[in-house]
Design a protein around this ligand. Structure first.
Ligand code: CP
Length: 298
């Protein structure tokens, strides 16, 4: 399959999503089936990242890409150069793909709409907008576990309003036939997400859920919250874990605030697939890299 850019879940058809999931799982079974591409890539992370940046780096190298170093802090962005002019420069230097994380929602739109740029954009997360590569690795993990999406119930718990992970997952999970509900503090619910599923009390929805998808409490945005309060009222405590179905799984995009959204001992536990998500992230991103390497204009 071929993609010119990989920016949002909404821009992907269901057929393209299944093609990416199946390719990621094939790469996991047979890493030697990877298609190597002679392409230069730059990873531009204007927000901190551990998993996404490192797993894109691993995936790109496995796909034969040449990874060109770039450090936003000592780049000319600090002198006021725009993101567009930075990408124009990368294009001129022969870079074919830019993987970008930015705090600005939909930063990619000006880049992909401009015919003067021919490099491809992979969105590694934009503000509270989208996190499509995280969503793909989440889908790979769910499909690997259950072999289907239809008939599954996924509860997404936490800061729905500010979460790009919630937005991307709610869109694709519902299009793939799963049912989604949201739980967490009322002030973090988002009416624009009503199209995807109902807001429910966590204790009510937990025993029915096949997937308990927890979100990070974004302490940098909510310094007023006390940790103990959140954990008892909204977190996955040991007591709540007892209410889960035997075959249900716990997911979290990480980084995890242990003892806040999840009891620390549940991060690595029988129900948890959190480390599996990280492992699947490399294969999901390899599938994305292959598709963009084949579909790019540059
Ligand atoms: N899940 C995720 O996006 O993690 P990082 O912020 O560490 O990349």
């Amino acid at each position: 399959m071929k993609l010119n850019h990989f920016t949002t879940t909404e821009s992907l058809s269901v057929e393209e999503v299944y093609a990416l999931i199946n390719r990621a799982l094939e790469l996991k079974r047979d890493p030697d089936s990877v298609e190597k591409h002679d392409v230069q890539v730059v990873n531009c992370f204007f927000e901190n990242s551990t998993r996404t940046q490192t797993s894109f780096d691993v995936a790109e190298r496995r796909c034969g890409f040449t990874v060109i170093p770039f450090n936003p802090e000592n780049s000319s962005l600090s002198k006021g150069e725009t993101l567009f002019d930075t990408m124009l420069t990368m294009d001129a230097l022969g870079i074919g793909i830019a993987v970008i994380r930015s705090p600005q929602n939909a930063y990619y739109q000006d880049l992909v709409d401009n015919d003067d740029l021919s490099l491809s954009i992979i969105n590694a997360g934009d503000g509270s907008g989208q996190h499509p590569s995280q969503c793909l690795l989440d889908l790979v993990t769910i499909y690997e576990e259950f072999g289907k999406f239809a008939g599954l119930h996924i509860v997404i718990n936490g800061d729905i309003k500010h979460s790009r992970v919630a937005r991307s997952n709610a869109d694709l999970l519902t299009r793939l036939g799963a049912s989604v509900s949201f739980a967490g503090p009322e002030m973090w619910m988002d009416p624009s997400m009503d199209v995807y599923g109902e807001v429910m009390d966590f204790d009510e929805t937990l025993p029915k859920a096949d997937v308990v998808m927890l979100l990070r409490v974004q302490n940098e945005r909510h310094p007023e919250l006390t940790v103990a309060d959140y954990h008892q009222r909204y977190g996955l405590t040991l007591q709540r874990e007892q209410q889960m179905k035997a075959e249900a799984i716990i997911m979290h995009p990480a980084p995890v605030n242990r003892g806040v959204e999840i009891d620390s001992s549940l991060v690595i536990s029988a129900h948890s697939r959190i480390t599996q998500q990280m492992k699947n992230g490399v294969y999901a991103r390899m599938a994305i890299c292959e598709a963009v390497a084949k579909g790019r204009k540059a």
